[in-house]
Design a protein around this ligand. Structure first.
Ligand SMILES: Cc1cc2nc3c(=O)[nH]c(=O)nc-3n(C[C@H](O)[C@H](O)[C@H](O)COP(=O)(O)OP(=O)(O)OC[C@H]3O[C@@H](n4cnc5c(N)ncnc54)[C@H](O)[C@@H]3O)c2cc1C
Length: 405
């Protein structure tokens, strides 16, 4: 596999910037006002190849790799964090689970349409009992009944669940078997009965790309939609989340940059005592801290992504990148909001809601504390963060083309 060049990465960046300016920016105000999921825009992003960087061409991907996926995630989010909320469902964790653990038939049936933005994805692991310990808190049960499984229980914060055509959902098939009791399922809520999703009212997040509470009442999943073997679900989930951490870190970087750009724009134009606030040294101190944090985060995110492209151990660095990027996003959001004074709370300015996306990346997909535990236990020699070998039975979409099987 050839290493991606800096020129190619810049071309990818330019493509995403142009796509967001031309196709998404003109419509997002209306999308938010109507609160309707923008299927047409997601489909255009899929057609433009924005969800395919981690997958081979045989399933509609571009196979550009983790650095390119990070660039795409960063730029989509920088331009509009609300529209970027479905990146994972379309181009990362959801199709990755299917590609890694699915049969050839499952991969060919579901992954191309997700990457093309023709179907809407979902990855539902978290339950009401808590997301930091998804195994301990998993109460959802799947019981086999002839040719189908029947799923009962509830899930929490399942993003895009009210729209999803094809998702991956985790449930216990054997509650006494620890992590070996969890099984992954490819779910099709529009096709089978027993699934309902209720959008959660959230502060500052998109009114159109929503996260949901999910209720499963004898929800039917055909046996052929089981992903991997019974008992493999938890490893499938961890594998996908580990891989997806870098795109979440890049998302946090995108949020930080958006906050920074708005802060600079405002600091140069807002006059107080007859001069732009950017001339005040306390404002400059914040600008310097934001700029430095962003550069440090950029180095970490792209170093981890490069290691991933090379197939080298990267779990520790990816965790550090995600943790650092989320701190950078929170800091940039907080400072930018202060620059805006009272207007930082006015909906008219996007900084009023960007702060909520900064909070989200701090908590979502492995909270800050969960990352700190991993980093500290590694440093203290209790548990090596990079101890896991790649699971041979899971396909690596960057190196194993399903078309060759
Ligand atoms: C908008 C949004 C979208 C989401 N989308 C999805 C999705 O699509 N699919 C999905 O499965 N999940 C999704 N999530 C869930 C997300 O991953 C969880 O919110 C996250 O894992 C944290 O879980 P929790 O909110 O239940 O917090 P808890 O697990 O209850 O944790 C509460 C607090 O305790 C801290 N904590 C936990 N353990 C420790 C410890 N050992 N030491 C110190 N502190 C600790 C945590 O850091 C956190 O600050 C989403 C969440 C949000 C808000």
């Amino acid at each position: 596999m050839q290493a991606i060049t800096a020129e190619t990465l810049e071309a990818v960046r330019e493509t995403v910037i142009a796509f967001m300016q031309k196709e998404v920016a003109p419509h997002m105000a209306e999308v938010e006002a109507r609160g309707v999921f923008p299927r047409d825009l997601v489909s255009k992003a899929g057609t433009a190849g924005l969800y395919g960087a981690l997958f081979p061409e045989s399933v509609g991907g571009t196979n550009l790799g983790y650095q390119a996926a990070a660039v795409i995630s960063e730029e989509l989010t920088r331009a509009d964090a609300r529209f970027a909320a479905c990146n994972n469902q379309q181009g990362s964790t959801c199709p990755y689970c299917i590609y890694a653990a699915g049969t050839r038939e499952q991969v060919l049936r579901y992954v191309p349409d997700l990457l093309a933005g023709k179907t809407i994805g979902m990855m539902s692991l978290t339950e009401p009992g808590g997301g930091s310990d998804p195994l301990g808190n998993m109460k959802t049960r799947a019981v086999r009944d002839g040719d189908v499984y029947r799923l009962n229980g509830s899930k929490m914060f399942a993003s895009m669940a009210n729209e999803t055509d094809v998702g991956v959902l985790f449930a216990k098939t054997d509650p006494d078997a620890g992590y070996k009791g969890v099984t992954a399922f490819i779910v099709e809520p529009k096709k089978y009965p027993g699934f309902s999703a209720k959008p959660i009212k959230t502060l500052g997040l998109s009114k159109a790309l929503r996260t949901c509470a999910v209720f499963l009442d004898d929800f039917v999943v055909p046996v052929e939609n089981r992903l991997g073997q019974e008992g493999e679900g938890f490893q499938i989930a961890m594998h996908a989340l580990q891989m997806g951490r870098i795109t979440v870190a890049a998302k946090a970087l995108g949020i930080a940059r958006a906050c920074f750009e708005d802060a600079i724009g405002y600091a140069n134009t807002r006059l107080v005592r007859g001069q732009p606030i950017g001339k005040f040294q306390m404002i400059q101190a914040d600008v310097a801290d934001m700029a430095t944090n962003i550069e440090a985060t950029r180095l970490m995110v792209y170093r981890a992504a490069r290691l991933m492209d090379q197939g080298l151990p990267s779990n520790r660095l990816a965790s550090m990148a995600k943790y650092h990027a989320s701190l950078t996003a929170k800091h940039a959001a907080d400072k930018a909001q202060q620059f805006f004074g009272g207007y930082g709370l006015a909906e008219e300015y996007r900084i009023s809601w960007l702060t909520c996306y900064a909070d989200l990346v701090f908590t979502g997909e492995g909270s800050a504390n969960v990352q700190r535990i991993l980093i500290a236990e590694d440093a203290l020699g209790y548990k090596k963060a990079d101890r896991h070998q790649r699971q041979q039975r899971f396909r690596d979409p960057r190196r194993q083309d399903v078309a060759d099987e």
